[in-house]
Design a protein around this ligand. Sequence first.
Ligand SMILES: C[S@@+](CC[C@H](N)C(=O)[O-])C[C@H]1O[C@@H](n2cnc3c(N)ncnc32)[C@H](O)[C@@H]1O
Length: 311
Amino acid sequence: MTQLDDLPSLRTAGDTWSITESVGATALGVAASRAVETAGANPLIRDEFAELLVSSAGPIWARLADAEVAWLEGDPHGQRVHRLGCDYQAVRTHFFDEYFNAAGKAGIRQVVILAAGLDSRAYRLDWPSGTVVYEIDQPKVLDYKTEILGSQGAVPAAKRCAVAVDLRDDWPGALTSAGFDRTQPTAWLAEGLLPYLPSDAADRLFEMVNSLSAPGSKVAVEAFNMKTNGNTGRWRRMRERLGLDIDVEALTYHEPDRSDAAEWLADHGWRVRSVSNREEMARLGRPVPEDLADEAVRSTLLRARLGGPSD
Ligand SMILES: C[S@@+](CC[C@H](N)C(=O)[O-])C[C@H]1O[C@@H](n2cnc3c(N)ncnc32)[C@H](O)[C@@H]1O
């Protein structure tokens, strides 16, 4: 049984959501950060689909995607914290974009994005020909993305395969039925996912990734430090200023004894390389200012390879 700590939880076994509800809305939140970054002066990443995907959810969401952060006018501290959150999203996106570029160069042609949300990489990255990108998420989330991007004539840059299934259910079965080939090396991604899974489902996720991975496969993971995650003020402001109904603390699982992704992978024969988000943010010219350290996300960005050197 999954144990929740004493925070009130909005989660139930088998809960479902649309793009504007519950965990679905977090996909809009992170896509809004990519829209802000893309519209900025020196963007680290370009996600030309983010603004469309976010603003199509309604005018309040469109305000969140506003690069000027006008919705936090009169709250300069809140604006700095929000921009720092957008910086973090940009840095993590950059990290995983590079990971996929390297995987393509290494010859991998099968990609699985776990909890894809509004990730538009299938449309915006320069995939080698023959690449298949499987996107797993809840049905209404994937339908929303497919419909909005399709209505604008966006065309995936790889073969995109939406696999509508809950990651607490038999997702390996759904993935296999959709055409996934376990004899081929795969590049997996778990970005913005783990805190939304109960620990038993998260453990099973890694077991399944491991057992479905042919030699030469890679995995990239965003692993959060939930005990000291200072990002909650940012979401609180979205609730208070925009009236958005997202309470991330109540949507995430706060179990103390969750497996450590890097350790788990290393114990199972993966060669792991990881960096703290703060090091990576500093490296890419978006350091966390000292006075905002307690209000910033703490995470580890890692990538691992099954067999051979890590990269
Ligand atoms: C914070 S968003 C991240 C989306 C995407 N990876 C990104 O970084 O833009 C979290 C995503 O996890 C998905 N998710 C969370 N729990 C899930 C589950 N049990 N099954 C399928 N999808 C899930 C949500 O629907 C949402 O799209």
